[in-house]
Design a protein around this ligand. Structure first.
Ligand code: FAD
Length: 912
C-alpha cells in the first residue's frame, strides 16, 4: 500500500488529498496541517473581518472528521512538519497540542505549504495593532482588535487585491481607511489607465489613496500608531493592515535540499515534481510557467493551487498529466465595481519584443433597452502578426467576470481576434447583446487585422502633422472637450459628408468620438473618400482614463481624507477668493477644469497663461516661483495662509519643486463664474425662494458659463416644476429640443444609438438629483443627441428652450465700456464699485473705487448711497454683472463694466 503524506491542508493540499482518494482507494493518505483548520476559505477572510460573512464556521469547508468519514484520509490539524529526511523518506512531525514529536514515513510526499504575508523589517513593525491576514486566527485577532480598541481609522498598506478587499471591508465596518501603495497604481493585474474606475470607487467610498509613497516606519504614540512615509507624511491610525505581498513558505524544502529559485520558490517540472522525484509541490510555494510567454513566473492564487493539487494526485496515481501553466486570470470586487484580467498586460508587452495592438471598448453589459444596463470598460491586447489574443482587462458593475472568463478560455486555446468576432455567446435582453462585448472587441481587432481599420494610439495623437477630428455632437463637446491635445477640429458625424472640404487630404486625420463607434464610421467614410484617417481607440472615455494616469511625476498623491486632502488645501486657499463649496471643487476637478501638476523633487515646470488669467495654488510641498531667472516667491503648503499665484494673460512663470509638490491651476474666469452663480441664485431666490436649494445643489452650473447671468436669471424665473414617473422618456434622441431639465429629485438613464447606423441605444450615462440634461435646447439647430428615461419617480425643473433663446438674444443688463466708465467717473457722475476680493484689490485697483466683495454685497448694501449712481467692476466682467443685478434689485442706479480691470487701459493703483 502506497503511503502519501501531504504537508499543508488547505487549497492545494486538501484538493490533492481528495483527488488521490478518488484515484486510488487503497492508498494511505495523511495530511499534516499546523493550523487549527483544514480546507478553510482563505479567500473569504476579508469578508469575515467586514462582517459580510458573519460566522467563522461558514469559512470551514471541511474538517478532519469529514476527511475521515468520507475519504478515509487522516487529516491531523495542529501538527507541524519540522523536517524532511529524503534519504529515509521520513518526515518529523510536532503535535502542537501535546508538544510530542514523532516520525512519519512516506512513499510520496506532497508539499503545499502556501505563502506567508511579508512583514518588512521596518522600525516599529512589532507595534501592537499591525496585522497581516492569512488564516482564520489572524482574522479573529483583527476582529477583536477592532472591537476592543473601537477602531475608527486604519491604514492599509498595499494596493493589490487583498489590500483592496481589506480596505472595502473595513469601510463596511465604518472605519476610515487610508491606503498606501508604493507603486503609482493599484491592482497590478491591470494596466494603469484601467484602474481609474476603481480609484473612483475607492474615493467615492471615502478611502484615501496615497500612491507612489511607501511606509518607512511605525511608532506607538500615546493614543494610536503613527505611520511615517517616504514622502514625509505622518498618518495616524488605530490599526494597520499589511498586504504588501507574500513570500513562499519554503523553509522545509530549503532545509531538505530541494531546488529553489532566488526568491525561494520551489522549482517543479510540468508534472509538479520537485528536484526529488518522490516529492511533489503545488500552490503558492512553487514556481510555474507562464502559458503565453513560456517563461517561469509565480501566481499565488487559489485556482492554480487547486488545479495543481489535483494534477499532482493524478501523477502520483500513475496518470499522464502535466500542468499547462498560468496566465494570470483574476477578479476582484470592490463596492459596486468588478475588475478582472487575464493574460498579458500592456505593461508586460511593452517591455517585450512582441508586436501587439491595444484596443478599447466601453459596451453595455446588456442591451440598453432592458432596464439596468451598465457599461464595461474593456481593453484587449493581440498579436499583430496573427491576431492571437494576448490579454484582456475589464472594469464595470456587471458582466465583467463572464467576459474575462470567456477570453481566458480563448487565450488557453490560442484563439485569435477572428475567433472572438465569431464567438457564439449567450444572448437575451437581460444578459447581453446580439453583438456581445466580446464580439465587439473581436470585430474591432479583426477590422484592424484585415486592414479595414487603422488605429492611432492616444499617445501619438496629432503627431506627424495630423489633424485631430472629434465627431461627437455639439452638446457632448460643450460638456467634455478634448483639451491639451493641440488643435481639435469638430465636425459631428452626421455633418461629416457635407463638410469634407474643411479637411486636409494631405495630412493624416486622427478621429475620436465618445467610445469609438461613431469614430469608426467616420474613419471608414473618410478613407473611402480618399482621406488618410485612423481611429483613436475607445474615444474620449478612454482618453479620460489615460489622462488620469498621464502624469510623469515621480510621485502620485491622491486624497487621504483623514489627515491630508490636497483639494481641501486648495479649497482653503481659494475659498477666500471664491465661494466655491468643496463638493463643487471636487466636481470641477473630476471634469478636468481644474488642472493638476505633480512635480517630483527637483523637477520644474514652466506655465504660460493664455488670454485669460490663471490662478495657481500649491496643495502640498515646497515650490520656488521663478521669474526672469530670479526666485520671486517661495510657496509652502504649510504656510498658515496660502496665497495663490496669479498668471496674468500671456505671462509665464517657472515652478521649481524643492520637495514633491502638487499645484492646482484654474481659470480666474471659472472662479468668477461660480462666485457670480451663487450670488445670482441668492438674488433670484428673493423672487423664487423655491429655487434656492434646487439651484445651489445643481451640478455643473458652468453650462451657463458663456451666457450673461442677468439673462439666465430672467430665464430661470420662468422655470416650472414637473413631476414624472419612473420609466417615462423625457427627451428622445432625434427629436427637436424643447426644454432643458434639472433633476430636483429622482434619477435617469441616458441612452444613445449610433446616429448613422442606428441600432440599439446604448446606456451612456446615469444621472441623479442635481444633474441636468437637454442642453441641446439652447443650441439653435440640431436634434436631441440622446434619449433620457427616468429610473425613479422624479421632480424636474423645466426651462423652456425658446424662452431661453429669446432671452439670451436680447441682453438685459446695463453695461458700459471702459472709456464711458472713465468719463462718467471723471465727471463725478458715477462712483466706481469694485466687487473683487481684498487680495485682488491690494494687487491693483482703479483709483477712486470703493471695495465691497461680491459675497458680502447683500449684507453690506446699506453702506451704499441710493442717491449715487454706481459703475461696478471686477476682474473680467462676470461678478460685476451679477452685482449690478443685486444693486438694481435693491433700487440702486447702477451699470457694470463690460471688460473688468483685466483690460483697463488707464492708470491703476497698487499695494496698500
Ligand atoms: P494555503 O492555502 O495557504 O495552505 C497552506 C497551508 O499549509 C497553511 O494552512 C499552513 O498552515 C500549512 N503549512 C505550512 N507549512 C506547514 C508545515 N510545516 N506543517 C504543516 N502545515 C504547514 N486567491 C484567489 O484566487 N482568489 C481570492 O479571492 C483570494 N483571496 C485571498 C484572500 C486572502 C486574505 C488570502 C490570504 C489569500 C487569498 N487568495 C485568493 C490566495 C489563495 O488563498 C492562495 O493562493 C491559496 O490558498 C494557496 O494555496 P496553498 O495550498 O498553496 O496554500
Amino acid at each position: 500500500m502506497t503511503k502519501i503524506v501531504i504537508i499543508g491542508g488547505v487549497a492545494g493540499g486538501a484538493s490533492c488529498a481528495a483527488r488521490l482518494r478518488r484515484q486510488d482507494e487503497a492508498a494511505q493518505i495523511t495530511i499534516f496541517e499546523k493550523g487549527p483548520f483544514v480546507s478553510f476559505a482563505n479567500c473569504g477572510l476579508p469578508y469575515y473581518i467586514g462582517n459580510v460573512i458573519t460566522q467563522e464556521d461558514e469559512l470551514l469547508l471541511a474538517d478532519p472528521i469529514l476527511f475521515e468519514e468520507r475519504f478515509r484520509i487522516d487529516a491531523r490539524v495542529r501538527h507541524e512538519v519540522k523536517s524532511i529526511d529524503r534519504e529515509n523518506k521520513i518526515v518529523t512531525v510536532c503535535n502542537l497540542k501535546s508538544g510530542e514529536t514523532y516520525d512519519e514515513p512516506y512513499d510520496q510526499l506532497v508539499l503545499s505549504p502556501g505563502a506567508t504575508p511579508i512583514r518588512p523589517p521596518l522600525p516599529g513593525i512589532d507595534t501592537p495593532g499591525i496585522f497581516t491576514i492569512r488564516s482564520v486566527p489572524d482574522s479573529n485577532q483583527v476582529k477583536s482588535w477592532i472591537e476592543m480598541h473601537h477602531v475608527d481609522r486604519a491604514v492599509v498598506i498595499g494596493g493589490g487585491f487583498i489590500g483592496l478587499e481589506m480596505a472595502e471591508n473595513l469601510v463596511h465596518r465604518d472605519i476610515k481607511v487610508n491606503l498606501i501603495e508604493r507603486d503609482r497604481q493599484i491592482m497590478p493585474a491591470l494596466d494603469r489607465e484601467m484602474t481609474k474606475p476603481v480609484v473612483e470607487a475607492l474615493e467615492k467610498n471615502g478611502i484615501g489613496l496615497l500612491l507612489g509613497d511607501s511606509v518607512t516606519s511605525f511608532e506607538q504614540t500615546e493614543r494610536d500608531i503613527k505611520v511615517s512615509t517616504e514622502a514625509g507624511r505622518s498618518i495616524h491610525a488605530d490599526m494597520v493592515i499589511l498586504a504588501i505581498g507574500v513570500a513562499p513558505d519554503s523553509s522545509l524544502a530549503r532545509e531538505a535540499g530541494l531546488e529553489l529559485t532566488d526568491r525561494g520558490h520551489i522549482v517543479v517540472n510540468a508534472k509538479l515534481q520537485t528536484s526529488d522525484p518522490d516529492i511533489y509541490a503545488v500552490g503558492d510555494a512553487v514556481q510555474v510557467t507562464h502559458a503565453i510567454t513560456g517563461q517561469p513566473c509565480v501566481l499565488p492564487l487559489a485556482g492554480p493551487a487547486n488545479r495543481q493539487g489535483r494534477i499532482a494526485a493524478d501523477v502520483i496515481s500513475g496518470r499522464e498529466r502535466t500542468f499547462r501553466g498560468v496566465q494570470g486570470t483574476s477578479v476582484c470586487g470592490l463596492f459596486d465595481v468588478t475588475l478582472a484580467a487575464t493574460g498579458m498586460t500592456e505593461k508586460q508587452l511593452a517591455g517585450s519584443d512582441v508586436d501587439y495592438s491595444a484596443i478599447y471598448a466601453h459596451p453595455n453589459d446588456h442591451v440598453g433597452y432592458y432596464p439596468g444596463a451598465t457599461p464595461i470598460s474593456m481593453k484587449l491586447l493581440f498579436d499583430n502578426r496573427d491576431g492571437r489574443v494576448l490579454g484582456a482587462q475589464a472594469v464595470g458593475k456587471k458582466g465583467v467576470e463572464r467576459r474575462i472568463d470567456v477570453i481566458a478560455m480563448a487565450i488557453q486555446k490560442g484563439a485569435t481576434v477572428y475567433d472572438l468576432e465569431e464567438a457564439e455567446l449567450c444572448y437575451a435582453p437581460q444578459y447581453g447583446a446580439a453583438k456581445d462585448p466580446i464580439n465587439i472587441l473581436g470585430m474591432i481587432g479583426s477590422n484592424i487585422m484585415r486592414g479595414d481599420l487603422r488605429i492611432t494610439p492616444w499617445g501619438d495623437i496629432g503627431k506627424e502633422g495630423a489633424v485631430v477630428l472629434d465627431v461627437r455632437s455639439y452638446s457632448e463637446i460643450a460638456i467634455s472637450p478634448i483639451v491639451d491635445k493641440g488643435e481639435v477640429k469638430h465636425i459631428p458625424l452626421n455633418e461629416l459628408r457635407d463638410r469634407l472640404e474643411e479637411l486636409n487630404r494631405d495630412a493624416p486625420i486622427h478621429v475620436s468620438c465618445a467610445v469609438g463607434a461613431r469614430a469608426n464610421n467616420a474613419v471608414r467614410l473618410l478613407n473611402h473618400r480618399g482621406f488618410n484617417a485612423s481611429l483613436l481607440p475607445g474615444g474620449t472615455l478612454t482618453l479620460a482614463c489615460l489622462n488620469y494616469c498621464s502624469d510623469d511625476g515621480s510621485r502620485t498623491t491622491r486624497a487621504a481624507p483623514v489627515h491630508f486632502d490636497p483639494l481641501v488645501a486648495l479649497h482653503e486657499a481659494v475659498s477666500p477668493l471664491s465661494g466655491l463649496p468643496l463638493w463643487l471643487l471636487q466636481e470641477i476637478k473630476a471634469n478636468g477644469i481644474l488642472k493638476e501638476y505633480r512635480l517630483g523633487q527637483g523637477e520644474s515646470i514652466t506655465l504660460k497663461a493664455s488670454a485669460i488669467t490663471d490662478i495657481l495654488v500649491l496643495a502640498n510641498g515646497e515650490i520656488d516661483v521663478i521669474e526672469l531667472d530670479q526666485i520671486s516667491r517661495h510657496l509652502s503648503s504649510t504656510e498658515s495662509k496660502r496665497r495663490p499665484v496669479k498668471l496674468s494673460s500671456h505671462e509665464s512663470k517657472t515652478f521649481y519643486a524643492r520637495t514633491p509638490s502638487t499645484l492646482y491651476r484654474i481659470d480666474q474666469e471659472f472662479l468668477d463664474f461660480f462666485d457670480s452663480w451663487f450670488a445670482m441664485v441668492e438674488n433670484l431666490s428673493q423672487e423664487r425662494p423655491d429655487l434656492k436649494e434646487i439651484l445651489s445643489g445643481m451640478r455643473r452650473p458652468s453650462v451657463f458659463l458663456n451666457v450673461p447671468l442677468t439673462n439666465v436669471q430672467e430665464a430661470l424665473k420662468r422655470t416650472r416644476l414637473v413631476e414624472a414617473k419612473a420609466g417615462e422618456v423625457i427627451i428622445r434622441q432625434g427629436e427637436k429640443p424643447d426644454n432643458f431639465y434639472l433633476i430636483v429629485e429622482g434619477a435617469a438613464d441616458v441612452y444613445q444609438s449610433d446616429p448613422i447606423e442606428g441600432g440599439e441605444p446604448q446606456l451612456v450615462n446615469h444621472m441623479e438629483s442635481g444633474d441636468h440634461f437637454g442642453e441641446d435646447a439652447f443650441i439653435i439647430e440640431g436634434t436631441r443627441s440622446a434619449t433620457v428615461k427616468l429610473t425613479r419617480d422624479s421632480r424636474l425643473l423645466a426651462l423652456d428652450g425658446d424662452d431661453f433663446k429669446r432671452l439670451i438674444s436680447k441682453p438685459l443688463d446695463d453695461h458700459v465700456d471702459h472709456s464711458t466708465a472713465k468719463i462718467q467717473v471723471d465727471q463725478g457722475l458715477r462712483q466706481l464699485l469694485d466687487v473683487r476680493y481684498e487680495e485682488e484689490w491690494y494687487e491693483e485697483r482703479i483709483p477712486g473705487a470703493i471695495l465691497i466683495p461680491l459675497p458680502e454685497l447683500r449684507v453690506r448694501i446699506n453702506e451704499l448711497d441710493k442717491n449715487q449712481g454706481y459703475i461696478i467692476y471686477c476682474h473680467a466682467g462676470k461678478r460685476s454683472a451679477v452685482a449690478d443685478m443685486i444693486l438694481k434689485n435693491h433700487g440702486f442706479k447702477s451699470a457694470w463694466m463690460l471688460e473688468g480691470i483685466r483690460d483697463w487701459p488707464y492708470v491703476v493703483e497698487k499695494g496698500l
